[in-house]
Design a protein around this ligand. Sequence first.
Ligand code: BTN
Length: 267
Amino acid sequence: MEAQIKSLLPPSFSWSDQIHFFESIPSTNDHAKYLAAQGAPHGTIVIADHQSGGRGRMGRSFYSPCGQGLYMSILLRPQCHANSLMHLTCAAAVAVCNGIFRATNLLPEIKWTNDIVWQKKKLGGILTELSVNSQTGRLDYAIIGIGINCNQAPMNFPEEIRSIAASLSMALGHNINREALCASVILALDGVLNILTSRKDDILGQYKARCITLGKDISLLQGDSVIHAHATDIDGDGGLIVTLPDGTVKTVTSGEVSVRGMYGYIP
Ligand code: BTN
């Protein structure tokens, strides 16, 4: 898998020499963190064919069976303050959609903030983890973890997620080449990262165009409480602007959003 991915990247692509491939690993994000602590450079990529402990947001697991998905983490060392990269997960989501589109012709949608979606089912997700210098507020590193369901049939998903999960092969009607998808996502990510701050509006414009959460009634899970709201817009940092039933407008930056009619809507 590793040699094929490298052969699909341009010969001069600088990250090609920094790909760490594993047949099986607990979590590519955890290994990228380990490499970051060892001083690994910007653009270090960790890819696995299987994860025994794949992680998602909110402490959830990410189902990562052998040979069926794409599991990859990219270590970044942006030279800036953490506050200026609040939209990093949105940028990664745009890159993942563009990478999927270039490899398969399927253009997925995004459920705020980090779910990649096809026909209201989850195709994949992004787990962004930051290490910030507490003295200066500057980023030590960022890790973008990407998981995409590629060649699973419905029966391959565990029963508890079968009704809410989809794969690219389910969407397309045929298996896809994971190496080509991987190279395409890496190149799309590199492209978006090159314009991360200079063309932030462009990136967020693309994000909004794909974001199915906008215009929907949502439930916002914050701690133990559930807040109902209507999602209207994305702000300049990737936050979700919502209107509460009393007309108050609020920006949501964390927590979990359930969209009515989508997997696991909680009324
Ligand atoms: C989510 O659905 O909340 C995010 C899922 C992110 C999964 C990817 S798979 C590669 C990387 N390694 C992990 O342990 N998680 C991310």
